[in-house]
Ligand binder design. Structure first.
Ligand SMILES: [Cu+2]
Length: 464
């Protein structure tokens, strides 16, 4: 297989696996090893063999090439330490597959016979569980229960038929707290072989995983014992402004497949449109069971297929609705200083700690710009991301659905910022402001109630 994608590498199995215990004959039998060294969103990988389908686009990721051998689709996954640029200026040392975290998306067609070679180049044992798949019990990838662990340097083979169309995930069931906290996961898409009333044809088909990391600012290796207090909330191990936009031509039908392999739920919210959940990792939802949503909560270990018609032009936010999850690396113990004049105390602390910066007395929005905050090298901006009207004041699990009238079909290039028609943008009012209505001040029943209770309030002074 060849490719002219930037950052796309092909290595021969012999060159990369020489240090392992795999025999020469076995090496010759392994599929070519494809690897990726950038966090760019690769173009969709159109199938070279078998039935045609509209391939998915993995956000800031790529699809693993395969080879056909005697009617079987063969893939080669390599579990290994990787460098992942999580955002411009911030690279983490993670574990993943084939050069990146998450690993490449595996894309097959319902009914395909699949053979997956898994080589372990980690310093510890691993396995791969194929989350959501119907498969023989011994292919389920649970260390100790359905197979022995894949020791470092060893290659195992998984074989099964992709029996059910849908969206799935893969991840280890071996030292899993550590291995998933280090980034070992990937997506799997099985396209339907025949048209199905429950599975619509879509024009754009995106996939990504929700994950999280705890990396001390200035460090690059995640702390793996963290249970809930992560400081990086990411999509496919990327944080905004490092997450690619989801592009669509106006009126196209768009599917977004989202799996959650973090340690908490994420309510994913889309602006300006209504969406439906058309499938879970259990299969397509019956069309009669669907209802409109603008926010879909995705629990740990779940996958949701979100679908909508992109009928409104614009730059529409798509984000986790937990406000803490649209922030990047920061401490969680920052006191709320709104309304507090800190000038004197900050001056005194600065005498002891040069460069000390407290949370602003009018909120934290001022901190969106990295320039105000002294931070160690290799640290993502706390919020960051500049839009056409200034700082977006969000980071983490945030991206933009860019719907354009003139975006060519099949073109995934970023069209830039939306230019709204004149007179359709919120604007500053410079005239005389209208009178302000206030509930407390203008509700006479409140005053009556207070006065009626007055005698029972003892010596409490009342201002009436
Ligand atoms: Cu979230």
């Amino acid at each position: 297989m060849t490719s002219n994608r930037r950052g796309f590498l092909l290595r021969t199995a012999g060159a990369t696996l020489a240090a392992t215990t795999v025999s020469r004959a076995a090496l010759a039998a392994l599929p070519e090893l494809a690897s990726h060294d950038s966090a760019d969103t690769a173009p969709p990988l159109a199938p070279a063999t078998g039935p045609h389908y509209n391939p998915v686009v993995t956000l800031n990721g790529w699809t693993l090439p395969w080879r056909m051998k005697e009617g079987i689709k063969e893939f080669h996954l390599v579990a290994e330490p990787v460098l992942r640029e999580m955002a411009p200026g911030f690279t983490a040392r993670l574990w993943g597959y084939n050069g990146q975290s998450p690993g490449p998306t595996i894309e097959v067609v319902e009914g395909d016979k699949v053979r997956l070679f898994v080589t372990n180049r980690l310093p510890e044992r691993t396995s791969v569980h194929w989350h959501g798949q119907r498969l023989p019990n011994g292919m389920d990838g649970v260390t100790g229960l359905t197979q022995p662990a894949i020791e470092p340097g060893k290659t195992f083979v998984y074989e099964f038929v992709a029996r059910r169309a849908g969206t799935f995930m893969y991840h280890p069931h071996a030292d899993e707290m550590v291995q998933m906290a280090m980034g070992m996961m990937g997506s799997w898409v099985t396209h339907p072989r025949a048209p199905s009333p429950a599975i619509a044809a879509v024009d754009r088909d995106y996939v990504f995983l929700l994950n999280s990391y705890d990396v001390t600012p200035g460090a690059s290796v995640p702390r793996t014992s963290t249970m809930t207090d992560f400081n990086l909330w990411s999509w496919n191990s990327r944080i905004f402004p490092g997450i690619a936009p989801l592009v669509a031509r106006q009126h196209e039908r768009v599917r977004i497949r989202v799996g959650n392999l973090s340690m908490t739920n994420h309510p994913i919210h889309l602006h300006g449109h209504e969406m439906q959940v058309t499938g879970t990792d259990g299969g397509p939802t019956p069309p009669g069971s669907r209802w409109p949503e603008v926010t879909v909560d995705i629990a740990v270990g779940q996958m949701r297929q979100l679908e909508f018609v992109a009928d409104a032009e614009g730059d529409w936010s798509l984000h986790c609705h937990k406000a803490h999850h649209t922030m990047n690396a920061m401490g969680h113990d920052v006191p709320n200083m709104i309304g507090v004049d800190q000038k004197d105390v900050v001056d005194r602390i600065r005498a002891l700690v040069p460069g000390y910066m407290a949370m602003g007395g009018s909120g934290m929005g001022d901190m969106a710009g990295m320039s105000m905050m002294p931070a160690p090298p290799n640290t993502a901006p706390m919020m960051g991301g500049d839009g056409p009207y200034g700082s977006l004041e969000m980071g983490g699990m945030f991206s933009v659905v860019k719907v354009r009238r003139d975006q060519p079909a099949g073109d995934y290039r970023d069209p830039g910022w939306y230019r709204p028609p004149a007179g359709t943008t919120a604007y500053e009012w410079t005239g005389e402001p209208p009178p302000v209505a206030s509930h407390a001040a203008h509700n006479p029943s409140n005053e009556i109630e207070v006065q009626a209770k007055k005698p029972s309030m003892g010596g409490m002074p009342m201002e009436h």
